[in-house]
Design a binder for this molecule. Sequence first.
Ligand code: GLU
Length: 423
Amino acid sequence: MSLSYEMENSGAWQTYLAQINRVAPYLEEDLIPFINTLKRPKRALIVDVPIVMDDGSIQHFEGYRVQHNLSRGPGKGGIRYHPDVELNEVMALSAWMTIKTAVLNLPYGGAKGGIRVDPRKLSPRELERLTRRFTTEISPIIGPQIDIPAPDVGTNADIMGWMMDTYSTIKGHTVTGVVTGKPVHLGGSLGRVRATGRGVFVTGLEVAKKINLTLEGSRIAVQGFGNVGSEAAYLFHKANAKVVCVQDHTGTIFNADGFDVKQLQDYVAIHKGVAGFPDATLIEDEAFWTVEMDILIPAALEGQITPERAQKLTAKLVLEGANGPTYPEAEDILLQRQIMIVPDVLCNAGGVTVSYFEWVQDMASYFWTEEEINERLDKLMIKAVEDVWHTADDKDCSLRTAAYILACERILKARKERGIFPG
Ligand code: GLU
C-alpha cells in the first residue's frame, strides 16, 4: 500500500477525483486556485488495533480515521467495519461526507473511519473490545468540536454507545456529543436509525414527481437490505410501490407482484438475510441488474453500477442509498439513456442530517420529539432537492454535478475566506 495520497489513484478515491474534475469547469474562477484542497485529505490516521480474542489469542486489526476537509466545521462521518476496508476507500468515503454535509448546508466538514474486519466473525465481547481499543487509538483526533463519528456499514447504535463510553472514560466525564447514532437513552436521537432510508424515500418522491413517475404500482429493486435499504423499501411499499427484487449478501429474491416488506424485515431479523424468504424466487445475483424495474435503489457498497450493468438497466430512476455505487463511466451511460440519478451526497444525506440534530440536542441537553425530527428532516431534504434541481436546470448538468457545484462553492468559499495559513 502506498502512503502518498497522490499515489492513491484507484478504487473509490478515483471515482471521487473524477467527480471533482467534472465540477471544476462550473466553479467561479476565484475558487479554482483552492480546488486542490479537495483532492487530498487534510489528515489521515492509521492505527493498529490489537485485541485479546475469546480464546486468549491476540489478533491485530488495521483501523483508520480520515478527516478530508474541516473548512466548514468539525469532521463528520461514520465508522465502517468490513473486510474490504482500506485507506483508499476511507479517503473516498470521507470526501463524500465533505460534499454531503455541504449539500445539506450542515456546519461540518467530512471524515470517515473504519476497521478491516468482518464483524460477523467476532463475538459480542470481541466486538466491544475492538471498538473500545479503536476509540482509544483515534481519541487524539476526535471530539464534539473536532470530529464526530457515527454508524456506517457494519456498525450500529451499540457500537456508538461503547465509543461514547470509552471516550468519556478517557476524558473523565460524560461526553455525549463525541459520536452520533447512539442508543436513545445515551443521548441518541429519536428517528436516527430510520433517517437514511427516510431520506432516500423523501428525495426519491420529490424527484419522481418532477419526472412524472407515479409511485403507485411502480417496480422497485433494492440492493442491500440493511439499515438503509430495508427502511427505504418499507416506505416505498407503504406508498403502494411494488418492491419486486431484493439482493443482499445471502442472495437475490424476486416476486413480480411485490413483497410484503414488513414480513421481509421480520424474516431478515431472524434469518440474517433475504435468501429463503417464502413467496419469492431465488434468482442469479447478476440477474438483479436486468429485472424489469422503474426505480433502482443501490443501498449496499460502492462500485456496483458498472458500465456493463448500466447498459442493461431498465430503471428510469436510480436512488443512491449507498455511498459511491456508480462508476463515472457508468453514470455517463445512464445519463445518455435518460436515466435520472439522485446522487448519494443528496439521496442518503438523511442519516447525517439527523446526526446533526442529535449533536445539536446533545449540546443543548434538550431533546425533540420524533415528529419534530422527521418534520425538520423532510424540510431540509426537500429544500436540498429543490436547490440541486434548480442548479442542474440552470447549468444544464446532471444532479450529481449540480450537487457538487453547490457543495464545492460552499466549501471553497469557506477555504478562501479563511485564507491559507501562514499566508
Ligand atoms: N455513515 C452515514 C453516511 O455515510 C452517516 C454519517 C453520520 O451520521 O455522520 O452518511
